[in-house]
Each structure stands twice: as structure tokens, then as C-alpha cells.
Design a protein around this ligand. Structure first.
Ligand SMILES: C[S@@+](CC[C@H](N)C(=O)[O-])C[C@H]1O[C@@H](n2cnc3c(N)ncnc32)[C@H](O)[C@@H]1O
Length: 155
């Protein structure tokens, strides 16, 4: 399962990741956290320091970037620890979507990129929660996902 996922979805995930990268302002010294990274095979596309979290031990075994086993609902980092927080086609899998989004906001300082699977039955709910908790600066619709580029709101 872990092996076949990457084969099946590599190109489509890379397309999303390139859009995310091109819509962020990234400095080499920036720290980027990928929440729900899975294997994180695309993390070399980001020209900065990357870190990944995912609850799946199996997927993390194949993740060659710095990582921790953790879920979005309990991110094991201090407030404002990362300049950039991204999540690529993972939010629909969170057990508690609002808690996960609040945690991402807590550990992020400024830039966020959240890519949401359009065909998820939770799409509307996720979109509403992103609008509640973030300042959206750009919405990009690609083939499979809608990508929200966002900043932190004060609340
Ligand atoms: C469709 S995969 C996407 C993986 C990777 N971002 C990619 O684009 O290849 C969804 C990921 O969400 C992760 N996931 C499931 N529940 C999660 C949670 N509560 N917090 C964070 N990630 C979670 C899964 O383990 C899986 O790696």
C-alpha cells in the first residue's frame, strides 16, 4: 500500500507541489513543516530547511527527510517554530480537522499552503474552516485539489 501510493500519485502530487512552491516566498534559511507528508518524496522541491510529520510509521520509513511520527492534531513543536507550513492532500484524513488546522496555525509563523482534495466529501467543511482560521491570499484550482495560500489571522 505504502509503495503503490507513491507510484500512483507521484506526478499528480508533484504538480501540486510545484504550484505551492511557486506561490510561496521561500528563503534558504526558512524552516518548512509538511503536515501529513507521507513519504514526502517531493520535499526536495523546496529550497529551504524541511521537516515532515505523519502518523503513519510505514510511510515515514520511506521518508528520507527529517521527520517525526505525529498527527496534525498534536504537532510536537513550539508556537511559531516554522516560517512555512504546508499540507498536501492530507487534511481530509485528519480525525479532527479544526484541531489540526489550529495546530498548523500555532506552529507556523506566516506562510501556509493547504492543498485540499476536491472530491473529498469533507471539502466544503474544510474550506469553511480554512476561511475561519486563516487569511487566504490566493486560491488556486488545479485538476484534483484546490490550493489555499494563506497567512495567519490574529485570533
Ligand atoms: C493522500 S496522503 C498524502 C501524503 C503526501 N502529502 C503526498 O502528497 O504524497 C494523506 C496523508 O495524510 C496522513 N494522515 C492521516 N491522518 C492524519 C492526521 N491525523 N494528521 C496528519 N496526517 C494524517 C496519512 O498518513 C497520509 O500520509
Amino acid at each position: 500500500m505504502a509503495e503503490s501510493y507513491e507510484e500512483l500519485h507521484k506526478e499528480e502530487q508533484l504538480k501540486k507541489v510545484r504550484i505551492i512552491r511557486d506561490n510561496l516566498i521561500i528563503k534558504p534559511s526558512d524552516k518548512l513543516l509538511d503536515v501529513g507528508s507521507g513519504t514526502g518524496f517531493y520535499l526536495n522541491k523546496f529550497p529551504c530547511k524541511v521537516f515532515a510529520i505523519d502518523p503513519s510509521k510505514e510511510l515515514l520509513k520511506q521518508n528520507k527527510y527529517p521527520h517525526k511520527q505525529a498527527s496534525a492534531e498534536n504537532i510536537p513543536f513550539t508556537d511559531n517554530a516554522f516560517d512555512i507550513v504546508i499540507s498536501v492532500t492530507a487534511i481530509h484524513n485528519f480525525d479532527d480537522i479544526e484541531k489540526g488546522l489550529k495546530e498548523m496555525k500555532r506552529v507556523g509563523k506566516q506562510q501556509f499552503a493547504l492543498s485540499i482534495l476536491k472530491r473529498s466529501e469533507k471539502f466544503k467543511q474544510i474550506e469553511k474552516l480554512i476561511k475561519k482560521h486563516f487569511n487566504i491570499t490566493k486560491i488556486i484550482e488545479e485538476e484534483k485539489d484546490v490550493i489555499y495560500i494563506a497567512k495567519k489571522t490574529l485570533n
